[in-house]
Write a protein that binds this ligand. Structure first.
Ligand SMILES: Cc1ncc(COP(=O)(O)O)c(C=O)c1O
Length: 408
């Protein structure tokens, strides 16, 4: 045994989306080019942030704004965030906005400020693995509430209610959802909020994809909070504004008067980590004040890519998916005969090694490994996607056939 052991808290700190890329690098080392459909980074597929944002960031740097920012973020950005939130019906104020290094850091600050070891956090399953990772790091306990694939991946408030214990502190809601692309209706959100209200939970509304909607209307969770429920809304420049590498995100608090001590604790933590990058904070106000049309070409492209994904996946024998209403993910399912044909991860890795296409297995997001779910990122252009789904169809037929014969 080495003298230099990592802390036990890192043992369950997993992030399948990047962990699985190690396997793809091995395939590349053997001289094959992998098509990566594992990570939700629009820049890898030809998208770029709007020019006005790039200009504002570059100007800030050229103007010498290269120092630290205030730990809660610059006032102009926080004011713009509060104003834009108010326009959408989210009650918050400039004092209740904290700018962070992506929504990821916002989650880390809130969880760290709130949770004791053994406290419980309700997270959607499947769901974005960041929440499970932070929960594990803190020695808290994640309790998964299900989103039902047979009901377009909607959650059920009664099931949520049945999972609550005296240790439950937080309810995480991701809308639109990663990895399923589901958009929750106002009624669904209200039913979930009612559970939070009954049990004095704090709500984390992860809305980092709220502008990327194909069908239906996004209802901001905080607009339904009334006066008696604390809600943290989390957003960022990463997805809605196509600038994931800038690491600028934020939390806005609604009903902050109910959580004054927690807010002070979060600010204390924010002080010690200094600040999120200054120059791109100067792009926040111009970004939030852009005409909504800035996203139209992006949405047109994404819609076409979603539609081809839905059509092609459902045309493959033994495979299916629901149609996502938001974000840029599809949770597809391959029939592995309740595990007789292996696990989701085995399927994904075999596909990678055989056809050089990388997806992420559903169990990396919390689904049962033998259920055969895997997540597709449909950011590549239609031509690339057609080619990918052709390879997936060939592979799936031979994979299932070979294994079905072995099983018999
Ligand atoms: C649901 C969800 N929340 C948060 C994040 C992290 O976003 P950020 O880049 O703002 O840290 C992601 C990134 O993929 C995400 O999918």
């Amino acid at each position: 045994m080495s003298y230099y052991q990592p802390a036990a808290r890192t043992q369950n700190y997993k992030y399948a989306i990047r962990n699985i890329a190690v396997e793809a690098q091995k395939v590349e080392a053997a001289g094959r080019k992998v098509t990566y459909l594992n990570i939700g980074d629009p820049i890898l597929y030809g998208f770029q942030p709007p020019q006005v944002m790039i200009d504002a960031t570059a100007k800030a740097m050229r103007d010498g704004l290269n120092g630290y920012a205030p730990s809660v973020g610059i006032l102009a950005a926080r004011q713009a965030i509060a104003d834009e939130a108010n326009v959408r019906g989210i009650r918050t104020s400039v004092d209740d906005v904290i700018i962070t290094s992506g929504a990821s850091e916002a989650a880390d600050l809130i969880f760290t400020a709130l949770l004791e070891a053994g406290d419980e956090v309700l997270v959607p399953s499947p769901g974005y693995p960041l929440y499970s990772a932070i929960t594990a790091k803190l020695g808290a306990v994640e309790i998964k509430y299900r989103q039902n694939p047979k009901d377009d991946w909607q959650p059920d408030a009664d099931e949520l209610r049945s999972l609550i214990t005296p240790r439950t502190k937080l309810l995480v809601i991701i809308n639109p959802n990663n990895p399923t692309g589901a958009l929750y209706s106002k009624e669904t959100l209200e039913s979930l909020l009612q559970v939070a209200r009954e049990h004095h939970l704090i709500v984390i509304a992860d809305e980092v994809y709220h502008k990327l909607i194909y069908d239906g209307v996004h209802v901001p969770m905080a607009t339904l909070a009334g006066n008696d429920l604390p809600v943290f809304t989390m957003e960022s420049l990463s997805k809605n504004y196509l600038a994931p590498g800038w690491r600028v995100g934020w939390m806005t608090m609604t009903n902050a008067h109910l959580i004054a001590d927690l807010k002070a604790a979060i600010r204390k933590l924010a002080d010690a980590r200094l600040c999120s990058p200054l120059a791109p904070q100067h792009a926040v106000a111009p970004a939030l004040q852009m005409n909504a049309g800035y996203l139209a070409p992006t949405m047109q492209r994404l819609r076409d890519q979603r539609d081809i994904t839905f059509e092609k996946i459902n045309s493959i024998q033994g495979m299916n998916c629901t149609k996502p209403q938001g974000a840029f993910y599809v949770m597809a399912q391959v029939d592995l005969q309740q595990g007789e044909l292996g696990t989701d991860e085995e399927f994904v890795l075999a596909l990678l090694r055989e056809k050089a296409v990388l997806f992420v297995h559903g169990s990396g997001f919390g689904t049962v490994a033998t259920d055969g779910f895997f997540r597709i990122v449909f950011l590549p252009d239609v031509e690339t996607l057609r080619d990918v789904y052709g390879r997936v169809a060939d592979f799936t037929a031979s994979y299932r056939e070979a294994r079905l014969v072995t099983v018999k």
